[in-house]
Write a protein that binds this ligand. Structure first.
Ligand SMILES: NC(=O)c1ccc[n+]([C@@H]2O[C@H](COP(=O)([O-])OP(=O)(O)OC[C@H]3O[C@@H](n4cnc5c(N)ncnc54)[C@H](OP(=O)(O)O)[C@@H]3O)[C@@H](O)[C@H]2O)c1
Length: 252
């Protein structure tokens, strides 16, 4: 397949602008799911497990479809797509989703999330398979090595932190407790911190605008969410650890 460079650039800029737009529009309130849903639940909801499964799956299926239908694409591009992006979304679709104990998800938020995942799966897949030019030395480049190290470190933090959160609840229980252990000892949004490190690592390893655009989007979407989670804990729990920050240990 041909590299549609203009399309890739437009989509990447669109991803960054969507993230920045979200940041501006949600200065005082957060996207309405989980604890930020407000007192009256939305009319149409989907069970959390199904919602996460349907929302995240396109980000796995679309790149896989592109990999198996494209010829003559770079093997480094394929490796980076399979080893990083698809691995993350395989975990999110088939491991995280069926185990979550979250409250039902608003249908509208699920559809919007599914659209972003589809668009991003297409963007990253097309870019890495058909546009990226990695020469033979790229696998020895310090950006590639550092980026992958960051990606896998972030992924480990994200999975471990999501696991801590899940274990705070018994099945069918909807309560919020103070998370402890791992990076939660330092920040309220440990799972978000892991995810942000992951996508910036991916951007460094691939050194490109499309991958940076998704890292920026993630930062704009879940960075403020970590801050609002932190405020929620401070207001709800009088004994919430004073030392703990919102997203960046010791700093913010
Ligand atoms: N890349 C991106 O742009 C992006 C965007 C969104 C999410 N994500 C990732 O998707 C995953 C889930 O995101 P999320 O926004 O749902 O995270 P979250 O608000 O931290 O919640 C994660 C799960 O743990 C539960 N939970 C959270 N805090 C709890 C507590 N103190 N006590 C008991 N249960 C608690 C939540 O239940 P409730 O749902 O009932 O609150 C939910 O099931 C994260 O790994 C995140 O990084 C990525």
């Amino acid at each position: 397949m041909h590299c549609y460079e203009n399309l890739i650039n437009y989509l990447s800029c669109g991803m960054i602008l969507t993230g920045l737009g979200h940041l501006v529009l949600h200065k005082t309130t957060q996207t309405s799911y989980g604890r930020h849903m407000g007192p009256s639940p939305p009319a149409r909801t989907v069970p959390a497990r199904l919602a996460w499964f349907l929302q995240e799956m396109p980000a796995l299926l679309i790149p896989l479809f592109l990999i198996f239908t494209s010829q003559n694409s770079s093997s480094m591009g394929k490796y980076l797509l399979l080893g990083t992006f698809c691995l993350h979304y395989f975990q999110r679709t088939f491991v995280y989703s069926p185990r979550t104990r979250g409250r039902p998800f608003p249908l509208g938020v699920m559809v919007a999330g599914g659209l972003i995942c589809s668009l991003n799966g297409f963007l990253q897949g097309c870019y890495l398979l058909h546009c990226a030019q990695f020469d033979h030395e790229w696998s020895a480049d310090y950006r590639y090595k550092t980026g992958l190290l960051l990606f896998y470190t972030g992924m480990a933090i994200n999975i471990h932190s999501d696991c801590i959160l899940r274990n705070l609840r018994k099945p069918n229980e909807i309560v919020y407790k103070i998370p402890t252990g791992g990076l939660f000892e330092y920040v309220s949004g440990a799972n978000y911190l892991g995810e942000i490190v992951e996508w910036f690592g991916y951007a460094v390893a691939t050194w490109s605008l499309p991958t940076l655009s998704f890292a920026m989007f993630s930062l704009c979407f879940i960075g403020p969410r970590a801050y609002y989670h932190h405020r929620f804990y401070q207001e709800k729990f009088k004994d919430y650890p004073k030392f703990r920050k919102a997203l960046i240990p010791f700093i913010f």
